[in-house]
Ligand binder design. Structure first.
Ligand code: GRF
Length: 215
């Protein structure tokens, strides 16, 4: 018997390698995840072809077609809601979302970010990590709140920084970890094991998590 599956909508802006990792994982019959649609704000995002190739519905809501962030986010929400997802995943979605949008999906909107949050929110995380001379770097999956990359962190994957490494090499090693981390967290959420508690704390199996899960 196949497992009951949670409907998931994935938002992307580009390459879609994290989406590909989710597609690969969701193909497993024991997973509790159904990728119901992929929505991009960029019409030629490579990830759209990956989704279509896997038989997943795709939509484009181009931010350039809207006069304001609010108008874009309202159209994006209409598009997402047509698929009635239980979870919305930002997988390389490169737009800042309005507080209203974030509130609408409170507790069912997650993002993958390429740093060990709270370190290095925002862009160019690998370069900044190298410049800061950290010995460990990695990726985080967090619930989205109105503060950019500032929501409660569910889980992290770590890599040791190598001497002399350049940002591209570090990014590639972090990305490998992202591809393990994101499907794991999505599956945990789909199984009802992970949730956002009323006080903004992460609950794992009903217990408050004192620190992000490490994989
Ligand atoms: C990833 O590094 C993700 O953490 C960040 O944007 C990148 C997207 O890559 N938010 P991809 O489109 O999933 O290949």
């Amino acid at each position: 018997m196949t497992a009951p599956r949670l409907a998931v909508v994935v938002l992307i802006s580009g390459r879609g390698s994290n989406l590909q990792a989710l597609i690969h994982a969701a193909a497993n019959v024991s997973m509790h995840v159904e990728l119901r649609a992929v929505v991009s704000n960029v019409a030629d995002a490579a990830g759209l072809a990956l989704a279509a190739g896997a038989g997943i519905q795709t939509r484009v809501v181009a931010h350039r077609d809207f006069a304001s962030r609010e108008a874009f986010d309202a159209a994006l929400a209409r598009c997402i809601d047509a698929f009635t997802p239980g979870l919305v995943v930002l997988a390389g979605f490169m737009r800042v979302l309005t507080p209203g949008f974030v509130q609408r999906y409170h507790g069912r909107l997650i993002n993958i970010h390429p740093s060990l949050l709270p370190a290095f929110p925002g862009l160019h995380t690998h370069r900044r990590a190298l410049q800061a001379g950290v010995s460990e770097h990695g990726a985080s999956v967090h619930f989205v709140t109105p503060q950019l990359d500032g929501g409660p962190v569910i889980a992290q994957a770590r890599v040791s920084v190598r001497g002399g490494e350049d940002p591209d090499a570090l990014a590639a090693r972090v990305l490998e970890q992202e591809h393990r981390l994101l499907p794991m967290v999505v599956e945990c959420f789909a199984r009802g094991r992970v949730a956002l508690g009323a006080n903004g704390k992460i609950l794992l199996d009903g217990q408050v998590l004192s620190a992000p899960l490490r994989i």
